[in-house]
Write a protein that binds this ligand. Structure first.
Ligand code: GLA
Length: 335
């Protein structure tokens, strides 16, 4: 069962947590001086994950536990990170795995060491593809956020007065990752409901979740479908949408003929909104990576220190961020 948490209730939860922490500061600190957790992410150079790890570290500084930040870009790296954490005396870790199918292998290793594990962003799956529900998880509500992307694109197409028949959709897909499928399926559903022609949607399967892999996936799709006037672009995250936008630029499309809407609301989007001239990157559905990092680190800490099991599944929501409102939304989400 999943618990849907809006940003505001999640922030209330944070505030509550801090109040409880203050009330019991003395005793909690006395007994938990040596809690140490790992925070392992699949793409340590991506702005989303930098912020998430940073927020986890800050939560640790406030609550009195240590966070070891590690990258795990493939299975081997993740297993060595776990060995390394165990050798340092860590009692558990939060992880966004490089491949969700590594879940059982990661849990095997963690259980050998008696470590507690929580996933963030990308939930482990078992061999059949079902989520590993016995590992607590916090991640965005993929379908809902995907729908927000589709709605934002449809609204902007309307605002520009585009005839849907003249518009092609570049759907950058990542079928190995369930949250990615939920996000792009959610966007597709919203677009179809808004009257977008299904036959104008073209898939560009990417191998990864970054800008370079999206660029490579997008380029051939654009050149094979040269007879459309306008393009819309969506994907699992803004880094990938940016790869698509860069591909349209290289192909020679003008920014006013492109509407790309991403997901995350991290440094990659801020850099794009800060450029003097607007690009085809219209907006992004921003989710608080700060909250993801803080909340999972705090949940794991309380599990270790107070034996309080984290909620099985926390789903977070997002807010549309565009060139017009990005600074306000950034502040609102604590980014
Ligand atoms: C996935 C994506 C990231 C980010 C997170 C957020 O891991 O690869 O870019 O969107 O989800 O949950």
């Amino acid at each position: 069962m999943s618990i849907t948490t809006t940003l505001s209730t999640t922030f209330t939860r944070l505030a509550l947590g801090s109040a409880i922490m203050l009330a019991s500061l003395g005793s909690v600190h006395a007994q938990d001086d040596d809690v140490k957790i790992g925070f392992i992410v699949k793409k340590p150079e991506q702005a989303w994950f930098i912020n998430e790890q940073q927020a986890a570290t800050e939560a640790g500084e406030e609550l009195g536990f240590e966070v070891v930040r590690l990258g795990g870009e493939d299975g081997q790296e993740v297993l060595s990170a776990i060995d390394n954490l165990y050798a340092q005396g860590a009692q558990g870790f939060v992880i966004c795995p490089p491949d969700v199918r590594l879940g059982p292998a990661i849990m095997n290793r963690a259980r050998q060491y008696g470590m507690k594990v929580m996933t963030v962003d990308d939930q482990f799956v078992i061999a059949s593809g079902e989520p590993m529900e016995d590992v607590p998880h916090l991640g965005m509500s993929g379908t809902k956020i995907g729908r927000q992307v589709g709605d934002a694109i449809a609204a902007e197409m309307d605002a520009r007065g585009w005839n849907p028949e003249d518009v092609a959709a570049l759907r950058i897909t990542n079928n190995e990752l369930p949250t990615a499928v939920e996000r792009t399926d959610g966007a597709t559903a919203a677009l179809l409901e808004a009257g977008f022609p299904e036959g104008n949607i073209f898939d560009a399967p990417q191998q990864n979740s970054d800008t370079a892999s999206a660029f490579s996936a997008a380029s051939p799709v654009l050149s094979q479908n040269g007879d459309y006037e306008h393009w819309i672009i969506y994907a699992l995250n803004e880094e990938s949408v940016l790869g698509g936008v860069r591909a349209t630029e290289q192909y020679g499309l003008a920014p006013e003929d492109v509407i790309g809407v991403g997901i995350n609301g991290s440094g990659a989007a801020f850099a794009e909104f800060s450029r003097d001239n607007p690009t085809g990157f219209h907006g992004t559905v921003a989710v608080s990576s700060t909250m993801h990092g803080r909340q999972t680190a705090e949940d794991l800490y309380r599990w270790i220190a107070e034996d309080k099991m984290p909620p099985a599944n926390t789903e977070t929501s997002g807010v549309l961020m565009t060139r017009e409102n990005w600074q306000d939304v950034r502040e609102q989400l604590g980014l």
